[in-house]
Design a protein around this ligand. Sequence first.
Ligand code: PRP
Ligand code: URA
Length: 207
Amino acid sequence: MKNLTVIAHPLVQHNLTRLRDQRTQPQEFRRLLGEIASLMIYEATRSFSLKKVSVRTPLETTAGSKLEREIVLVPVLRAGLGMLNPILEIIPHARVGFIGLKREESTLIAHFYHKSLPKELGRCEVILIDPMLATGGSAVAALDFLKEQGAKRIRLVSLVSAPEGIARVRKSYPVLPIFTAAIDRQLNKVGYILPGLGDAGDRLFGT
Ligand code: PRP
Ligand code: URA
């Protein structure tokens, strides 16, 4: 599928398997999710544009490169928080927005409870971060909001994706770049990803 990248790096897949393991406790879960986020962000930022600059070394002036656009990271609360700090370690100059969304258990409809975004999104590269893409309702709601707020260049980083969620995002955003570590089999009757890793927010925070 166009603009859908499955990050098959052995370290990502090794850590993902440990995240899936029901015996993995929150402390370890946080560490593993952080390591995966760091690895995924290399792939997710690979196509960012550079502009040419000149740089003066202690010896002479030479040609160099600079990122063309500012980067804005937008984790979806809560589970996206588990990927934020490790990514900030790699992109410390990024600005950060937050979107709070909670799926209602009975309807699986995601409701906003928090929105805060940096200004001038239109001139930035925006990375939407959420470990789970299940029905796709949360991702589409977040993407619609980012668009409304002027974002023009958005990519989605999602650790585990269901085919249903990818299809839903694709319906609204046919060419949006999506980076994931796994496309799982399907959703169960209550909207959880199979085989998945359970409730990412609960496992991350020990709720
Ligand atoms: C989880 C997950 C995603 C969403 C995915 O969040 O972190 O945001 O579900 O499901 P969807 O694709 O069907 O919308 P949840 O709403 O459970 O909130 P939480 O992170 O606070 O647990
Ligand atoms: N949210 C999760 O945290 N896990 C799922 O499997 C689906 C939605």
